[in-house]
Design a protein around this ligand. Structure first.
Ligand SMILES: Cc1cc2nc3c(=O)[nH]c(=O)nc-3n(C[C@H](O)[C@H](O)[C@H](O)COP(=O)(O)OP(=O)(O)OC[C@H]3O[C@@H](n4cnc5c(N)ncnc54)[C@H](O)[C@@H]3O)c2cc1C
Length: 637
């Protein structure tokens, strides 16, 4: 496997401009000769589809749900970053770049991150033009708030429903192209395989989820924008359909998988309250603009919050990270919460929670203002927990939330397979070992609206294609394999549901590959996962048939992939002999329990190549070269 990141030469600030000029173009008359498959209709996929269609390419777009607008991006709450510096508080493209590199604990590529910061400003202008109702100041200017890991206010938002507003607008753009006939939309389709011809990605095989039919679709380029894989933990803040399957199939066809163990645990979620739960709910990071996080100083203190005087409270994030306070980045905040709970200071019935308290903010700003900023989030909390956060502090605990790992891509967002592009949360590109809040939406839209439309053209203009139809043997083979796998799953007729295997897998991964990891636990988890996978293929129960809507069958396919993928996560976590960002191996920590990086030996992207069933994956590394920022100990104190 060759890892050529194709980073353009020259000064950082000019790389993208220069590269765009150097990329070959497809003339307007020729664009209509190319077909592009886009899998996924979240912010990354919907923006890519409409932008490519607007340019004149023929686009076929696929998603799992009945409507493209049900992609998980709809759930994003807090906001989207950009370096506009509207509040005049010292922001700049350079600062957004630096904050993101530092936030990722110096494990991402300088050139990609700088480009992301550059195009962030275009995204806001574009979104405003599309009609996104961003919050505004009294005078009409767009409002900003702060997110973790930043000392400026650069987050644009639409209350606590930014993702919803953004996705609805992207969806409108997409549907405009559907109406024009430039995009063919295929909802309720699940990609089951990627098809390669002469080493090029030339199409996909999908299952029609309504009638079970297997369908093939050819293309000159395939774009995967299938989101993240945090559901490997079973309980996560992600939508229930989140999966690793599409990118896992691509991995098995030769796409390198980068940093699979880099998974973000978000500090502010509604704590687990029973084993009947199938999902966890995020309380947006934006709440930490005004909410203060605390625990009782005394372990085991069970008094209700109003009875605990100020002097007996520990506002531990403000104490540990005075310059960023409650807006410390997610990895550090999550571990601090865990530490407090491990020390017996956790609150609530399980002791696995800390307070997020708005009493001071309500006193300072008034209830009405807090309601304007976070009303829908407070309402959501009240509905789920049956407590009123205006009256009593919220209780929060970390939960699996986002995956920085994903398919390896070069500067053009192309994977190690020619013609296979990967966007949004499905790629590994910009966030290193820890993503800063409000930067996933920024990355998804940057990839879809502002990067792919250039780089895909460069690829198409520079590549020779043979004529390929769905009768090609490569499609026939992929279809046969997809059918055989479905039959195999249905024929087991055991006693355990896919959901029950998924839950057990999630518990293993959370315990041994979650917020804190050690070699012994990771090795143990490998064995547990292998045993569970064996049992899955002997004892799985799927009611119903393949010929109609069968969500148990869909689930089983995704869990089968998670059971394979989980092992790669564990292998990757074991191979990274350092702690960095979200990856905290207990053997590598400072006296203050901060992660201890090893820049001399570990300053790289870990990329794994599939070596065949039952074989250890092959390790490759892309060294990370820092020419513009100095590697320092990441401090928020
Ligand atoms: C609760 C929550 C709140 C968040 N809030 C914020 C925030 O405020 N700001 C921020 O920047 N980020 C936020 N994030 C992160 C952000 O929402 C996601 O990273 C981002 O929306 C991912 O977008 P995407 O386009 O990559 O994928 P998604 O939106 O996940 O879309 C994936 C698409 O792929 C399709 N798909 C998946 N697998 C297949 C398959 N096998 N076959 C066919 N189709 C498939 C799905 O149907 C879907 O259309 C939040 C995340 C969560 C969980």
């Amino acid at each position: 496997m060759q890892l050529d990141a194709k980073i353009p030469g020259g000064p950082l600030e000019g790389k993208w401009d220069r590269h765009r000029f150097e990329l070959k173009l497809v003339s307007p008359a020729n664009k209509r000769k190319y077909d592009i498959v886009v899998v996924g209709t979240g912010l990354a996929g919907a923006s890519a589809s409409s932008a490519l269609a607007e340019l004149g390419y023929n686009v076929k777009t696929f998603c799992l749900q009945d409507s493209p607008r049900r992609a998980h991006s709809i759930a994003a709450q807090g906001g989207i970053n950009a370096a506009k510096n509207y509040p005049n508080d010292g922001d700049s493209i350079w600062r957004l770049f630096y904050d993101t590199i530092k936030g990722g604990d110096f494990r991402s590529r300088e050139a990609n991150v700088y480009r992301l910061a550059q195009v962030s400003n275009l995204i806001i202008d574009h979104c405003v033009a599309l009609g996104i109702p961003f919050a505004r100041e009294y005078g009409g200017l767009l409002a900003n708030r702060s997110f973790g890991g930043a000392q400026v206010s650069r987050t644009f938002y639409a209350r606590g429903q930014t993702g919803q507003q953004l996705l609805l607008c992207c969806y409108q753009g997409l549907m405009r192209q559907v109406t024009k006939g430039q995009v063919q939309m295929f909802p309720r389709r699940e990609m089951l395989d990627l098809v390669l011809v002469n080493g090029q990605a030339r199409g996909i095989v999908v299952r029609n989820l309504l009638n079970g039919q297997i369908e093939s679709h050819t293309a000159h380029a395939v774009v995967l924008a299938t989101g993240g894989y945090a559901n490997v933990f079973f309980l996560s803040t992600n939508g229930a359909s989140g999966n690793v399957s599409a990118i896992w199939k691509a991995y098995k066809k030769g796409a390198g998988f980068a940093n699979p163990c880099f998974t973000q645990i978000h500090p502010t979620c509604i704590p687990v309250h029973g084993d009947y739960q199938s999902k966890l709910t995020l309380m947006s990071e934006s709440l930490r603009n005004d909410g203060r996080v605390w625990v009782p100083k005394q372990p085991g203190d069970k008094r209700p919050p109003p009875e605990i005087p100020e002097s007996e409270r520990d506002y531990f994030l403000e104490r540990l990270y005075p310059s960023f306070g409650n807006l410390a980045p997610r990895d550090l905040a999550s571990r601090a919460v865990k530490l407090m709970c491990d020390q017996g200071k956790g609150v609530g019935p399980t002791g696995q929670a800390v307070y997020l308290d708005f009493a001071d903010a309500i006193k300072r700003l008034g209830r009405e203002e807090i309601e304007a900023r976070y009303g829908n989030l407070f309402q959501m909390y009240r509905k789920i927990v049956d407590q009123d956060p205006y009256e009593t502090p919220m209780m929060i605990y970390p939960a699996a939330h986002y995956t920085m790992g994903g398919l390896w891509v070069d500067y053009n967002l192309m994977s190690t397979i020619n013609g296979l592009f990967v966007l949004g949360e499905a790629n590994f590109s910009d966030h290193g070992a820890n993503r800063l809040g409000a930067s996933a939406l920024m990355q998804g839209l940057a990839d879809g609206y502002f990067i792919l439309p250039y780089t895909v053209g460069g690829y198409l203009a520079d590549t020779r294609f043979s004529e390929v139809t769905t009768s090609h043997p490569a499609f026939r083979e992929a279809e046969a394999e997809a059918r055989a796998r479905t039959e195999r799953l249905l024929s087991i007729r055991g006693r355990r549901t896919a959901a029950s295997f998924h839950r057990e897998l999630g518990m293993i991964m959370w315990e041994y590959c979650g917020m804190s990891r050690n070699d012994e636990g990771l090795k143990k988890a490998r064995k547990l996962v292998a045993d569970l996978r064996r049992e899955f293929w002997e004892n799985l129960l799927i009611p119903g048939s393949e010929a109609d809507l069968n969500q148990s069958l869909e689930r089983a396919g995704r869990v089968a992939d998670f059971l394979e993928f989980a092992e790669l996560m564990l292998i990757d976590a074991l191979a990274r002999r350092e702690s960095c960002g979200c990856h905290f191996n207990e053997a590598f920590q400072t006296e203050d329990h901060e992660p201890l990086r090893d820049d001399a030996n570990m300053c790289h992207v870990a990329v794994w190549e599939y070596a065949g069933e039952g074989q250890e994956p092959i390790f490759h590394k892309e060294p990370l070269v820092f020419e513009n920022v100095k590697l320092t100990v990441r401090s928020y104190k």
